[in-house]
Design a protein around this ligand. Structure first.
Ligand SMILES: Nc1ncnc2c1ncn2[C@@H]1O[C@H](COP(=O)(O)OP(=O)(O)O)[C@@H](O)[C@H]1O
Ligand SMILES: [Mg+2]
Length: 271
């Protein structure tokens, strides 16, 4: 099996600050249910994501992508192995790890601002400061003028912007995204990818991004991990050495080559 645990890169600067966004997945497997109705969702997986990197995880439906992401988020407890984010052993969800889902998960009875403020409920700060921070986060995703609208008054792309603002307002070290743009139309999806690149290049949060769209993975990621069909395991690491930014209308031969490689891996993994 492919050994994808890497030797630590040399850490420059303040090591404790840098290590905060490191994700260490060590021998993590997930089995749901009890004998005889067990589902092996994830075979033992080892993976280290360095702080500030952008990693995409692709694979066929049901191969365990969400399960792996949920184990990092602390929503799923590994059957074997453990996950660390920075120095912290993941045992439950934690504000240093932000999660964005496909279905936005907004409260319909709160405004955009209210939704972001709700996420800051646990943070010890006066209401006024929470309000200010929520507005700043909405500004960051280009939604300042829509702060008082309810989710029902917003388009899909705008709802997802609110969800991203909500997550970023807590200033996480790590951002986990589970097919976040999967429900959006093609045009909106491209704009959201640009927004995400913009946010990431400014914040340098460690991102783990699940998608089954090869083009999306190649537009965004430093490295793509490919999973096999269920029971899932990582079968290949594909570094994406394409210069940034990566405008969609200027994807050259390197891009096409990587695309063919990934398509091939996904196709053959289905055999
Ligand atoms: N809470 C759960 N209980 C039982 N089985 C689950 C649960 N979550 C996921 N599974 C199963 O685990 C496997 C992997 O699912 P998932 O991680 O959602 O795949 P993906 O995100 O790649 O589509 C699937 O067979 C799915 O049915
Ligand atoms: Mg999934």
């Amino acid at each position: 099996m492919l050994d994808i645990r890497e030797v630590d890169q040399e850490i420059v600067g303040d090591p404790s600050a840098i290590a905060r966004g490191r994700i260490d997945i060590a021998g993590v497997s997930v089995v749901f249910g009890k004998v005889p109705d067990q589902t092996v969702a994830l075979e033992p997986t080892d993976l280290i994501l360095q702080p500030g990197t952008f990693t995409a995880l692709i694979g066929p439906s049901g191969c365990g992508k969400s399960t792996l992401l949920n184990a990092v988020a602390g929503f799923v407890t590994p059957t074997e192995g453990c996950v660390r984010v920075g120095k912290r052993l993941v045992e439950r969800p934690h504000p240093s790890v932000g999660v964005v889902f496909q279905n936005f998960a907004l409260f319909p009875w709160f405004t955009a601002r209210g939704n972001v403020m709700f996420a800051l409920k646990g943070v010890a700060m006066p209401r006024q400061d929470r309000e200010k921070r929520a507005i700043e986060a909405l500004k960051e995703v280009g939604l300042a003028e829509h702060a008082k609208k309810f989710p029902g008054q917003l388009s899909g792309g705008m709802k997802q912007r609110v969800a991203i603002a909500r997550t970023l307002s807590a200033d996480p070290d790590v951002l986990l995204m589970d097919e976040p743009f999967g429900a959006l139309d093609a045009q909106t999806r491209l704009r959201m990818q640009e927004l995400l690149m913009d946010l990431w290049s400014r914040r340098k949060t460690t991102v783990l991004f699940v998608t089954h769209d090869v083009d999306e993975a190649l537009r965004l990621a430093d490295v793509v991990y490919v999973m096999s069909p269920a029971p899932g395991r990582i079968i290949r690491k594909v570094p994406v050495d394409l210069s940034r930014p990566r405008p969609v209308d200027r994807m050259g031969d390197d891009f096409l080559q990587l695309r063919a490689e990934l398509m091939g891996l996904l196709h053959h993994s289905n055999d």
